[in-house]
Design a protein around this ligand. Structure first.
Ligand code: GUN
Ligand code: ZN
Length: 464
């Protein structure tokens, strides 16, 4: 039998500290770091001061030896919905997207007001951290108080997050506001939230103007939100080409537009800070327009669970599009990016069997890169986050990978084989500690509370 996983001696909660572990990360030069016995040092500002083999370490920080655990860069989740957390794992099962939103998600989101957000945001953000996700990109509910409270929670507990108030002036679930006022009122609220939170704590929090998608927004809502995002240097996010039924709605509602992307193009919504979730059914012309304008694709493998399909990931990557991964919480089986990776890998593998002529992304090193460095690059944040490299902010997590084995007696020989263990047997609870900018955040340990209630460890660090 293997020994119990070690606790974290020294319990490093903020820099300076150093960890001795197996270091695993994509790197900016295209290589992949797998240092079985490495040391990573974090300085007092929370930046990575050194990374390398333990035998070469010359730093002065106190070293916590946490072998045989693995240290990885924090996952970057390019797409999810904060108010939909309770729906995670309860997939649409054949419902088209519009009835799903109206009948299932809207009642859930309507409850997510300021009070509920104050109650639940710490739990939800902690669940991300407990899954190894350090940068979620999120939609709030339409309630400005809920979005403000979520930002406030993230600010106080040290989480990194990109978030926006969900904008809808059609198929709304906030009936109290008159139709004649809703567009202007929501835009003003979003601008105020952006002014308050965008760039908070040296960019740890960022605002994203968030028109839900074309069917639930007026042309004015899309156009004005895009203009505000540009004016304030903020991000802009929406959904694009998720299901076949949605495409029919778009053709009927926007007859003046040549395709789905053109609806957002005419609103001025395309650009390097524009994040489009799903992108399953796009024409060659739309892909070229996305590439030339630098738009970001948030690929959500959970599409296959929700009447959508399987995005042609290999083609998008070959075309040079900016692609990262999204969980699409709560339209997914699990919030963990390891769940997104394993589902995506299986879908792309089947795709290759059926269409051997297509190029398909399959290496697990490449999938881990998609969930980390590629996401950071897509957001234009790869100077700060996305990999375990010197000078970057120490956004990272410690995973007890050896405990994922069913039994011991296995020889650690091939990196790719060990990565399959991490990706396909990832379990809640394997994440033992998570840091953002070198400071421990709440979350790890959340799955281990005996009564299965939310009970974050004090300070979010590992206990024995
Ligand atoms: N399209 C517009 N809103 C949503 C949503 O909440 N979930 C999904 N999967 N697609 C959407
Ligand atoms: Zn979504």
């Amino acid at each position: 039998m293997e020994t119990a996983p070690p606790s974290l001696p020294g319990n490093p909660r903020r820099g300076p500290f150093a960890l001795r572990a197996t270091l695993v990360s994509a790197r900016a030069d295209g290589s992949f770091l797998f240092e079985k016995d490495g040391i990573l040092e974090v300085d007092a500002s929370g930046a990575i001061a050194s990374v390398g083999p333990a035998s070469a370490y010359r730093g002065a920080a106190t070293v916590s030896d946490v072998r045989p655990m693995w240290l990885l860069p924090g996952m970057i989740d390019l797409h999810g919905h904060l108010p939909q957390f309770p729906m995670t794992g309860m997939n649409a099962y054949g419902l088209e997207v519009m009835p799903w939103i109206v009948d299932v998600m809207s009642p859930m989101e309507r409850r997510f007001d300021g009070e509920r957000s104050r109650e639940k945001s710490l739990e939800y953000l902690s669940l991300f951290a407990a899954s190894g996700t350090t940068t979620p990109v999120l939609y709030g509910s339409v309630d400005e108080g809920a979005t403000d409270a979520a930002f406030d929670t993230a600010a106080r507990h040290g989480f990194r997050m990109l978030l926006g108030q969900c904008l809808m002036d059609r198929y709304r679930y906030d009936g109290a506001i008159p139709d004649s006022e809703v567009t202007e009122r929501r835009l003003r609220q979003s601008e105020a939230l952006c002014l308050k939170w965008n760039g908070h704590d040296n960019g740890r929090l960022r605002y994203v103007f968030t028109p839900r998608f074309a069917p639930s927004c007026s042309r004015e809502m899309m156009r004005e939100s895009a203009a505000l995002a540009k004016k304030h240097g903020a991000y802009w996010q929406t959904h694009l080409s998720e299901t076949p039924g949605e495409m029919v709605t778009i053709r009927e509602t926007f007859p003046e537009c040549s395709n789905y992307l053109d609806v957002y193009d005419q609103a001025g919504g395309l650009g390097p800070r524009s994040i489009f979730a799903h992108c399953v059914f796009l024409s060659a012309g739309e892909l070229e327009r996305m590439r030339e304008t630098g738009c970001i694709v948030a690929h959500c493998p959970s599409n296959v669970l929700n009447t959508a399909g399987v995005m042609d990931l290999g083609r998008y990557v070959d075309l040079g599009l900016k692609v990262g991964l999204g969980s699409d919480v709560g339209g997914c089986a699990d919030i963990s990016m390891f769940s997104a990776i394993s589902l995506g890998w299986v879908c792309q593998s089947v795709r290759q069997r059926l269409r051997p002529e297509d190029s398909v992304v399959l290496s697990l090193q490449r999938w881990l890169e998609l969930a980390t460095l590629s996401g950071a690059r897509a957001l234009g944040l790869d100077g700060q986050i996305g990999s375990l490299e010197v000078g970057k902010e120490a956004d990272m997590f410690l995973a007890d990978v050896p405990s994922l084995r069913i039994t011991d007696g296995f020889v650690d020989k091939w990196v790719d084989q060990l990565l399959t263990l991490l990706v396909f047997r990832a379990r809640p609870g394997m994440v033992r500690a998570t840091w953002v900018r070198g400071s421990a955040v709440p979350g790890p340990g959340i799955f281990e509370a005996p009564e299965r209630r939310f009970r974050p460890h004090a300070g979010g660090t590992v206990t024995a």
